[in-house]
Design a binder for this molecule. Structure first.
Ligand code: G3P
Length: 217
């Protein structure tokens, strides 16, 4: 499974990229606004740190303006992935960009039917939001299961990019279902490293080692 970080915080991206766990980055207009940086500069900065796909979202609602925005974003770096909303105009833009060889991430997916449309439009990634579904008492991971089944049934190449992840078990459940990518906040990626028995075991090993009075160096 590929891990993307869902953030526009450069310091966090750099720090986590150094662990070798960051295969890409996703941003959205809310995360970009929170960064306080100029959007194009922000995306360029992220692209300089990460070699995998970096999602940058268009903000227009109509196809013609989405295409103009995508053409600006594409010029930043070859690994910029154009993020479009799951609307008729978004999917029209997805089709045009995909036909042209540009990576596209279709976002704000909340149903299997929407995911099927995105695959038919040639999306590189579909972003189903599991946390926001769970938040309203719906079954986020059930959606991932349905999409994985549908894509497998027809051999669609679109990768399932699980988004709106809230905790490590979302990542584990998505991996068990065979989803291709999890994009998660930096804090969740850090949580994946943790287990109390790892901490306890390490402490015991080092306590015993200290008793020997030796040093490897
Ligand atoms: O970037 C899309 C998605 O991951 C947003 O997550 O936590 O705002 O629901 P969240």
């Amino acid at each position: 499974m590929k891990f993307f970080v869902d953030t526009a915080d450069i310091a966090e991206i750099k720090d986590l990229a150094a662990t070798g766990m960051v295969d890409g980055v996703t941003t959205n207009p809310s995360l970009a606004a929170k960064s306080g940086k100029k959007f194009l500069d922000l995306i360029a900065e992220i692209c300089a740190v990460v070699t995998g796909p970096v999602s940058a979202e268009v903000t227009a609602l109509d196809h013609a303006t989405m295409m103009k925005e995508a053409n600006v974003l594409k010029k930043i770096a070859p690994h910029v992935t154009i993020k479009v909303p799951l609307t008729p105009d978004g999917l029209k833009t997805c089709k045009a960009l995909s036909d042209d060889g540009t990576m596209v991430n279709v976002t704000l997916c909340f149903s299997p039917a929407q995911a099927l449309l995105a695959a038919k439009a040639g999306a590189t990634f579909i972003s189903p939001f599991v946390g926001r579904l769970d938040d309203i008492g719906s079954d986020g991971m059930g959606l991932i299961s349905d999409i994985c089944t549908i894509y497998k049934n027809y051999g669609y190449k679109t990768e399932v990019l699980v988004a709106s992840i809230r905790h490590p078990m979302h990542v584990v459940s998505a991996a068990k279902l065979g989803a291709h990518v999890s994009t998660m906040p930096p804090a969740t990626l850090r949580q994946l490293f943790n287990h109390p028995l790892t901490d306890k075991g390490l402490k015991a090993f080092l306590d015993d080692w200290a008793k020997t009075g030796q040093s490897i160096l």
